[in-house]
Design a protein around this ligand. Structure first.
Ligand SMILES: O=C(O)CCC(=O)C1=CC=C[C@@H](O)[C@@H]1C(=O)O
Ligand SMILES: [Mg+2]
Length: 328
């Protein structure tokens, strides 16, 4: 089967630049794809790369799209090289929505009502903003929160964490409350040990410490698993499917933070997760609803009854997605 191939690059500003230990992220760039099958059925997909995180860069993805012909075949869609995982995700999900029965639009209910927000994790502002941010997200219905560390000096962040933990421990309610810390691979081994010592003292409120060490330090992170009670989650270490498979083969049985939009082929991701019972948390890459619907649908197919909140808190971080209505 052949498909007419169209693509539209986009840019969306973060309302508040995202601070991570990698640096500050101000603009999310991506590409919306449209495939039109011979029978007229249309499928949308999204390419939302994060070059510094482990996928191809936006420019590599744009270059790939520019070099595709106006009409492409199934063969092209299923034979992308593994170094273009965000393109693989975008093209294959557009193909799925143009060929499979599922009505793309109804694939996943998008609106996060306050009651449903307890299934999602809310991303707190970096630094001191986390304290007020937690109150705002709490009122919006979140009960799982994620805070990026390695942004401010250690002692300052420890003080904020202790205030945050007290506020969460005192917060009443019927839904379990948890806090995730994300170091984005920015800590040294000594800093990671210091953080884990503190986390262990906070008891149950700390769900996990995400990517404490750089991708090159898998062995050291496996070692940390045995020495501290706070769970550790890998994110950058397993950004793409080949990395996930390699880390699994090397024996990682901790938590996997999966970002479907940059992992690669959705069908191969489904297969990997069904073959290997992994403790998965699904996470956004600040994509638009086009990629988010596919990612959340995958999460639903894969993690069924997992209790772990989805890292897809409403993207109040980004400018409106209204531009999607006038793309074509
Ligand atoms: O996982 C979540 O809760 C939200 C998404 C998120 O935190 C991230 C998305 C993309 C890159 C990073 O800044 C960050 C992460 O490291 O998980
Ligand atoms: Mg992360």
């Amino acid at each position: 089967m052949n498909y007419k191939f169209e693509f539209r690059p986009y840019q969306r500003k973060f309302k508040r630049p995202l601070q991570t230990s990698h640096g500050t992220w101000e603009i999310r760039e991506g590409i919306i794809l449209r495939l039109t099958a011979d029978n007229g059925k249309i499928g949308l997909g999204e390419i939302a790369p994060i070059g510094w995180f482990g996928s191809e860069t936006f420019l590599e993805a744009l270059d790939y799209c520019r070099n595709l012909p106006d009409v492409i075949s199934d063969r092209t869609i299923f034979s992308l090289p593994p170094n273009l995982p965000a393109c693989q995700f975008g093209l294959e999900s557009a193909w799925e929505s143009a060929t499979l029965k599922t009505d793309f639009k109804s694939a996943f209910s998008e609106d996060q009502t306050p009651s449903s927000r307890s299934n999602y994790s809310g991303l707190l502002p970096g630094g001191e903003g986390a304290l007020l941010g937690r109150q705002i997200l709490w009122m919006q219905g979140y009960r799982t929160f994620k805070w990026k560390i390695g942004v401010l000096p250690f002692q300052r962040e420890v003080r904020i964490l202790q205030e945050l933990a007290i506020a969460l421990q005192q917060a009443t309610g019927d839904h379990p409350v948890s806090l995730r810390l994300d170091a984005n691979g920015g800590l040294s081994l000594a800093e990671a040990e210091a953080w884990l010592q503190i986390c262990d003292q906070l008891g149950g409120i700390l769900e996990y410490l995400e990517q404490p060490l750089p991708v090159t330090e898998l062995e050291a992170m496996v070692g940390l698993l045995d020495r501290f009670s706070t769970p550790i989650a890998l994110d950058e270490s397993i950004a793409t499917l080949p990395q996930m498979q390699s880390v699994y083969r090397q024996g990682w049985r901790g938590i996997y933070v999966i970002k479907p939009c940059i992992a690669g082929s959705p069908s191969e991701l489904r297969q990997f997760c069904h073959l290997n019972k992994i403790d998965a948390v699904f996470s956004s890459v600040f994509e638009t609803e086009v990629g988010r619907k596919v990612a959340l649908k995958l999460a639903g197919e894969i993690q069924h009854s997992s209790q772990r909140a989805l890292g897809f808190g409403v993207d109040h971080l980004l400018e409106s997605e209204k531009f999607l209505e006038d793309l074509w």
